[in-house]
Design a protein around this ligand. Sequence first.
Ligand SMILES: *Cc1c(COP(=O)(O)O)cnc(C)c1O
Length: 310
Amino acid sequence: MSLHKHLILNLKVANIQTINAPWLVSHQISLDVLRLDKIHPIVSGNKWFKLKYYLLEAKAQNKTVATLGGAWSNHIVATAFCCLKAGLPCVGFIRGEKPAVYSETLKQAEQFGMNLQFLTRTAYAEKVADLKMKGVISRAIDKENIYWIGEGGYGIHGAKGAGDIALEYDLKNFTHIIAGVGSGTMLAGLINSATSKQKIIGISSMKGNAELEQQVKNLIMEKIKCNNFSILHDYHFGGFGKHPGELLDFINGVYTDHQLPLDIVYTGKVFFAIRDLVNKNYFKPHSRLLMIHSGGLQGNAGVKEKILAF
Ligand SMILES: *Cc1c(COP(=O)(O)O)cnc(C)c1O
């Protein structure tokens, strides 16, 4: 993978951190965290894995990359940065009117050379739906020398790349793999690469996104594996991007106790869910849990209250 060199990514720095806590001991459960947040400060976590096969194909076909996201999308920044390093021109279609003041995300994406275009919410939703459909049927959408990547990297190539997480780091010995869910691409990849005995649990960051299960199933290669996962919808803390004081306090507590920095959009909610599920006896004794720390820490800059301890 020659793109690695351009990005100066070091996949080896993502270690597995063991969590020691009384609530784990009392339920006879072990918890480890795969620290994908460490692989790169900008293209952290799962974003590199989801993007790599798209970018290799776009590069081979000499295309301009286009993708979509909201004004706070980690996927937009990661795409902009990877395209810069890979020497690929790229366009980012952003949901909503052009703001008078750019978010940190948009500022960074533009600095990395992404051409930003703003779409009305209706036009945006239509494009996302269109790509979702085509992304599943055909791998790449070839139009006007544009190489489209679905919102959040959703699509078969994205899931294939995310599946490489389980190959890069040996995850076979865990009974459960638990990860945050946005588009569901990472979860699908993890399900595809897991053994048939492993259970994959997704924690949705959104409030009541009923389409997620089907979205994930559409990217699962062996249909039998559709039985190996569940998505939990009760840990959104009010909705996507919502971070009430209770969540921030929890994140600070985890940092104090375990030196584990969590992000406010995904991984904070995942860790909270794990503790809650363990305490509710959701897992059998002797379960070996693995949480995927999918990154996103740069998004914490958006916390206005600035009460995070790290
Ligand atoms: C993008 C992202 C996710 C969600 O990944 P999907 O494949 O879209 O479900 C989870 N965690 C972090 C930190 C992310 O940036």
